[in-house]
Each structure stands twice: as structure tokens, then as C-alpha cells.
Design a protein around this ligand. Structure first.
Ligand code: PLP
Length: 429
């Protein structure tokens, strides 16, 4: 076992000496003039290469007809081709008749849902643009681009604390029951961004049983990481929310989103939504004006490449083989360099794209700034909270997927150095 002493238990002299040696070490890194990026949750090149076979399944000789004879090259089929619904229904654990296939981005679909609610309302309710106030619950830390959408629409965001079980449901239940201006909540229920938490069965059931005062309240259930496991044997399991809502007598409560962005190609994948038939009817009404149909050739390409959900599951195992060593490298460097020092905590997800780090209060911005000065870019401190306001300035999102393993190890080591440096300075200040 390592012989370490907590920073807060060191004498002033001990910590001053520690700070001096950290500074020397930091100067060495600065002299290296690195340029590394641990900020965005993008797949690395090797992951993208895994899907190159998808480029070969269609060629100029291919028959681009669906099973029902529809020519995928032409206009039409607004809600997506049947075989794509079949594939995505297995991926999302929903009935194909509850699925709409969209374009390449689920975030785009979420934006459109909010936009439509503002201009036309949800299932006959008053359009939100005619209301004095629209509010939204934001489990935090959360996904910065979710918060960016609600901020863009001028929606007042209310942070809700997260735990390893999911959002604070006492708070969620109370707020939605009391306040009619609360119209939605952002959820990343499985391998959440950024903590990698998966909602417990109790949390999912409490969501399904919510009694919102607003009839047009919807849960935005963004299951972006539904099949993105890192391990074969240890996988998080989530209760299916649509079925649970139906059982609870709340069939229209949820919009569930997913995409193949981090399965095949972000930017050239397919996005989908699963929801009740009532909600679908409401949404399709708008879609009729928005488009004559999304990219069916890409839908067909995905189906012919994977064939069925088993093909997708096998593919995700290859993704995991690339990502697992990266997550484990970060975790072991954190353990090795920060374990027992009492200056930070981090999550150890079994899937998804991120690790979440919490520093001592008041240190996150400075840690990110020190990393940047030494050539390692991190997601901005605060960006995991609505309005970029992290109340304790402690959360930092680590994105281990994009850099090479070697670069990642260097970046993670520098990160731990910066955490120690800033924490020592803070305690001595
Ligand atoms: N939802 C979450 C939680 C994400 O982390 C991301 C990407 O990082 C997205 C959605 C983006 O999805 P898409 O590429 O389908 O727009």
C-alpha cells in the first residue's frame, strides 16, 4: 500500500515543500509544449474505422429497394423504413410501431421537440411561446448541449442534484407537482453524461409515476448510451421507461431518444425517437411540413450492415475493446496519483463516454486553466451545469475516448499533477 497523507492533514511546511516539487514537475510539462484534447466525447479514428464495412454494403450495383418494395432513393416514408424501425426497436427496447426514424442527430430531434412545443404546443396545449414562463429541470452535472438548447429558448433551468441512483426524485416529484410552468426534464438515464451513472429501478419507476401539474410536461429521456457497455460481464441494466409509463397510466409522459452516432459515425448515423402513439401523431403532424422524408439510403445501409441487433451488439464489443483500456488507464492513473490524498473523487463507469471528476470546492476552473497552460484541453469547468454555473466549482468532465492511449496517459498524468498543484495552493492560501 502506498504511504500517503491527506493534503489537509499535512503541516504547512510539508505542504509547502510538496507545492515546490509539484511546481518543478509542472514546469517540465509546460516545456514539453504539448497539444492534447480531452474535452469532447468523440469516438477516435480506430472506432470510426470499425464501421468502414458499412461503406461497402451499398454500391452502384445494389438494389436499393426496401423489403416492402419501396425505392429508398426516392422521396417518401416520413417516419422511416420498416427494417430500420425493426433494428432500432431492438436497440431501444421498444415496439417498432412506437418508433420514428429521423436524420443523423438525436440532439436535433430534441431541439425540434422543444421548438415545436413553443410554436404549436404539445397535444393541443397552449404553445409555450404564449406563456409568461417556461421552466425545465436539469439533473446536474449533465450534458452541456442539453442545457444549451433550453438556455437558447429562454427556458429557466432548475438544477437537480444527481446521485449514483439518478436525479433527486423527492425534489423532482415535488417540483413538477407544484409548478405548472415546469414543462420538462433532461435525463440521460444510462451511463449518464458526465458521471456514467445509470438510474436505479426505483428512480425509473418514480419517473413513470410522476404527477406533473402541467399536462404538457414531458420527460426527455435521452438514452444516448443504451448499448455502450465497456464490459461483457458487468453491464448496467435499465428498466424500460415507455412500458413503465404505460403501466403507471401515464403513457404520454415520455419522449425517448437514441441514435447510432456513437455506434457507427457521429454525423452520419441515424437518430430515432420512441414514444406513445398519441405523441407520435402530434409529432408527425409537424414532420409533414418539415420534410418529405429523411435519408432512407443511410437507414438501409445501417440495416444491411448490422442485419439485426446481434450484429450491433457484436460491433459494440469491438468498440468496447478500444475504449476499455482508455477508461482503465485514466482510472489507474487517478488511483495511483490521487488516491488517499483527499483532494478529489471520480466515477468509475461501466459504459458510456465519460468519467466525472470532482475536485475540492473552488478548484475546478483553476485546474482546467493549469491544464490548458500546459497544453491539455479539457471541457470547460462549469459546463456540466445550467448556465455554466457549478455552485461549488468542482466538477470536471473527462472524455477519454478520442486521444490515443499514449496521449491519454500523458494528459491524465498532467491532470492529476494540476489537481495536486491547485489543491495545495488552495489549502495554503
Ligand atoms: N445525448 C447525449 C447524452 C450525448 O452525450 C450526445 C453526444 O455527446 C448526444 C446526445 C448527441 O447525440 P446525436 O449525435 O445523436 O445528436
Amino acid at each position: 500500500a502506498k504511504n500517503v497523507k491527506k493534503y489537509t492533514e499535512m503541516s504547512k511546511e510539508e505542504l509547502t515543500a510538496e507545492l515546490a516539487s509539484l511546481k518543478k514537475e509542472y514546469d517540465k510539462y509546460q516545456a514539453m509544449e504539448m497539444s492534447l484534447d480531452m474535452s469532447r466525447g468523440k469516438p477516435c479514428k480506430e472506432q470510426l474505422d470499425l464501421s468502414m464495412g458499412m461503406m461497402d454494403v451499398l454500391s452502384s450495383n445494389s438494389d436499393l429497394a426496401c423489403e416492402d418494395g419501396t425505392d429508398c432513393r426516392n422521396y417518401g416514408v416520413l417516419t422511416g423504413i420498416d427494417e430500420a424501425k425493426e433494428l432500432l426497436s431492438d436497440m431501444m427496447e421498444n415496439n417498432p410501431s412506437n418508433i420514428i426514424i429521423f436524420g443523423n442527430s438525436s440532439l436535433n430531434v430534441m431541439y425540434d421537440c422543444i421548438s415545436r412545443s413553443f410554436t404549436h404546443g404539445v397535444m393541443g396545449n397552449t404553445p409555450w411561446c404564449k406563456l409568461d414562463k417556461v421552466k425545465w429541470l436539469c439533473p446536474s452535472p449533465g450534458y452541456d448541449r442539453h442545457f444549451a438548447i433550453t438556455e437558447y429558448f429562454g427556458i429557466e433551468m432548475i438544477p437537480v442534484p444527481m446521485s449514483p441512483e439518478g436525479p433527486d426524485m423527492d425534489m423532482v416529484e415535488k417540483l413538477v407537482a407544484e409548478d405548472e410552468s415546469i414543462k420538462g426534464i433532461w435525463c440521460v438515464p444510462k451511463y449518464s453524461n458526465p458521471q456514467g451513472y445509470s438510474y436505479s429501478d426505483v428512480t425509473v419507476r418514480r419517473f413513470a409515476n410522476l404527477k406533473p401539474k402541467a399536462h404538457d410536461f414531458r420527460i426527455y429521456w435521452d438514452n444516448a448510451y443504451g448499448i455502450h457497455h465497456l464490459y461483457d460481464t458487468e453491464q448496467d441494466y435499465l428498466i424500460e421507461i415507455l412500458a413503465e409509463c404505460k403501466k403507471a397510466g401515464n403513457p404520454d409522459l415520455v419522449y425517448k431518444f437514441a441514435s447510432t452516432s456513437k455506434i457507427t459515425f457521429p454525423g452520419s448515423g441515424i437518430a430515432a425517437m420512441a414514444t406513445s402513439l398519441n405523441n407520435m401523431e402530434d409529432i408527425v403532424k409537424q414532420m409533414n411540413f418539415q420534410t418529405i422524408g429523411h435519408d432512407k439510403v443511410n437507414q438501409l445501409r445501417h440495416v444491411r450492415y448490422f442485419k439485426d441487433i446481434h450484429g450491433m451488439v457484436e460491433h459494440m464489443k469491438k468498440q468496447a475493446d478500444i475504449l476499455r483500456p482508455k477508461f482503465e488507464a485514466v482510472e489507474s492513473i487517478f488511483d495511483e496519483n490521487l488516491g488517499g490524498l483527499g483532494i478529489g473523487e471520480w466515477t468509475k463507469p461501466k459504459g458510456g463516454y465519460f468519467i466525472s471528476f470532482d475536485s475540492m470546492p473552488g478548484c475546478a476552473k483553476q485546474i482546467v486553466a493549469y491544464c490548458k497552460k500546459a497544453g491539455v484541453k479539457l471541457t470547460g469547468a462549469g459546463s456540466t451545469y445550467p448556465y455554466h454555473k457549478d455552485p461549488t466549482d468542482s466538477n470536471i468532465r473527462i472524455a477519454p475516448t478520442y486521444p490515443s492511449l499514449a496521449d491519454l496517459k500523458t494528459a491524465a498524468t498532467l491532470f492529476t499533477l494540476c489537481v495536486k498543484y491547485v489543491s495545495a495552493e488552495k489549502i495554503l492560501a
